[in-house]
Design a protein around this ligand. Structure first.
Ligand SMILES: Cc1cc2nc3c(=O)[nH]c(=O)nc-3n(C[C@H](O)[C@H](O)[C@H](O)COP(=O)(O)O)c2cc1C
Length: 187
């Protein structure tokens, strides 16, 4: 086996799009890969200092959605430029923006699934950022992406994952098994 020095290569990584409002309620969006589930009703995201963190300082509510093959170019764009110096950042994405029903934050309707969140804790906060822990208040799913059982159909969503090795986006593939079930064969 070949060895590599320590790197941010935990796999697979999500492509999270964080939606916030500034103090004038103007929407912003940023891309974040370093996030995940923290607890049953909480998520965690590692954040640098951004327009997004400026916004969260004045309004602790936000949305998190998951980039798809179709939203990939604009999802990358919102990870390349800052709302701090690009006032028309969200306009340039072409995304349809509506207010979230349960939190004071924007929903980007071009995405299948959106978490409505509220900041719970900012861990190790400094000038360069913090680890955000947030409560999931509600989850919205575009009805086009519901499975027959009424739950979100992840396979339909064409979600993408960030490859931190080659800095690419890879589309998720198809269902290959049943969790908490297929392993029983080896019991
Ligand atoms: C693929 C990708 C992943 C990123 N992951 C993170 C991340 O996990 N945390 C972070 O603070 N910034 C991350 N960024 C950088 C921010 O998205 C970027 O600095 C953005 O311009 C911030 O926007 P804002 O200043 O409008 O909030 C990522 C960017 C890309 C393209």
């Amino acid at each position: 086996m070949k060895s590599f020095k320590s790197n941010a290569w935990l796999l697979p990584q999500p492509v999270l799009i964080i939606g916030t409002y500034d103090k004038e309620r103007k929407p912003n969006a940023m891309n974040a890969a370093w996030g995940g589930q923290w607890d049953m009703h909480e998520i965690m995201i590692s954040l640098g200092s951004h327009a997004t963190t400026d916004n969260l300082a004045v309004n602790p509510e936000f949305t998190v959605t998951f980039a798809t093959k179709r939203t990939m170019v604009a999802a990358d764009f919102v990870g390349l430029v800052s709302g701090r110096n690009t006032p028309d950042k969200v306009q340039k994405t072409g995304w349809t923006v509506v207010p979230a029903p349960n939190v004071n934050a924007p929903v980007f309707k071009d995405f299948p699934l959106t978490l409505e969140c509220r900041v719970k804790q900012k861990l190790e906060e400094s000038k360069t950022g913090y680890y955000l822990v947030a409560e999931i208040i509600n989850i919205l799913c575009d009805e086009k992406y519901l499975a027959e059982d009424g739950n979100p159909d992840v396979e339909k969503m064409e979600l993408i994952t960030y490859d931190p090795v080659h800095h690419t986006y890879i589309q998720l593939g198809q269902t290959v098994g049943k969790a908490f079930s297929d392993g029983k064969q080896l019991k």
